[in-house]
Design a protein around this ligand. Sequence first.
Ligand code: EPZ
Length: 458
Amino acid sequence: MSSVATIKRNNIPPHLEVKGGRPLSGILKVSGAKNSSLALMAAALLTKEKLLIQNVPQLTDIEVMSEILRNLGAKLTKINNSIEINSESIHNVELPYELVNSLRASFFCVGPLLTRLGEAKIPLPGGCNIGARPVDEHINGLKALGAEVEVINDVVKAQVSTKDKRLLGANITLKYPSVGATETILMASCLALGKTTISNPAREPEIQDLAKMLNSMGAKVFGAGTKRITILGVKSLSGTSHCVIPDRIEAGTFLIAAAITRSPLIIGPVIPNHLSAVISKLKECGCSISQHGNHHLKIIPREISGVDITTSPFPGFPTDLQAPFMSLMVTAKGSSKIKERVFEKRMQHVLELNKMGACIYLENNTAYIKGVKELVGSYVEGGDLRSSAAIILACLSAKGNSIFTGLEHLDRGYEKLEEKLTSAGSIISRKFDQLTSHSSFSNKIISKDNIDTQKNAA
Ligand code: EPZ
């Protein structure tokens, strides 16, 4: 399927072996942002000219998006972390279920297809391991811009029935500041007739990165990153070259890797104001973090104490770092409470962390944590991308060795993770040998009385 798919050998899926308890040192390099790259690649459909996107991470999600664009008729040329996309001869308006089902971000193609070809037919992206993931805000936005959109047998059929096949600018207010819906509306309105405004848009850095590239293609987007975005439709967009922003979620994961192994580290490149909420919580729990040169951060962990977090849209604490931060809180002194407010099923790491000796009580979407002195290396399994990262951070900190399975999740969002960690002193390797059964680790269930008065004091 793709050059960086989680490759099996003799049809045996790989696993990671992690030797825990080792300090890290030196520099952890941050790759380009996955979630920005996926939207930028979809935006390439908006122009007939060549588009060069640089600093694209080599991930399975990027490979799938590349196959989706090829399926639509685009031509892609990849050289290391750069992708040149030529969408001049796109002709196909339909996306096959198996591609859409493996990458929800494929839905980003609807807006550009409507704009370029006047129609789009894409299976409804199903839910995933972290929630139902509806796309009603995307659909409402496209309808407001004059598209006819219907969902029949879980297939979204959209078309532009205006006389010159052009979408019409509109004033749109999002019920929820959805990242994907904001990006869909941004891309669909760039070439619409007239002005579009988006009230209550997502304000994430990835939105700002997309707006920056669209403007370099000749679009007129104002206010990305603020509470109101204005787009003045233009007739056509040109090609451009654009460098993807650093991945703030990978950077945050690495800051937490430093904290959980109590290791001073340098992380970068980073744009600090993309991580303000995370840096503030890491300082609150006992880390000193300072600018190092122009594009790096230096983190020095001291004694780590429990702090509470609640996830929310940017600039709040990012849901994508909830799981990694929980791993840190599990090893902190004292208690903490973590509330997940963005997705409804994003607590799959709790069971695995408790298996390693953590003390987490979960009630609905709130985790009550009592810090423990030490985690124990175990046989653990990742259930989604960010839970997998969290579990690996816990393995780095644990006493003894761990076996991690679920690399098909991890490889979606972290470029060469084991190479980067090894370069910083970890002993972590990808193995392809058949695993024997592993029931030796008990599935420890944490009940209410495991969590002392912490919950009542919360
Ligand atoms: C993007 O997903 C990211 N993915 C996610 O990263 C990230 O967690 C999320 O934004 C929040 O920051 C990409 O950019 C490819 P949303 P997206 O629309 O766009 C509800 C990762 O780990 N909602 O902001 O799907 C939805 O159910 C991934 O890298 C609607 O109700 O996020 C959810 O509860 C995971 N209707 C909330 O909004 C809609 O039409 C946030 O979703 C759309 C969303």
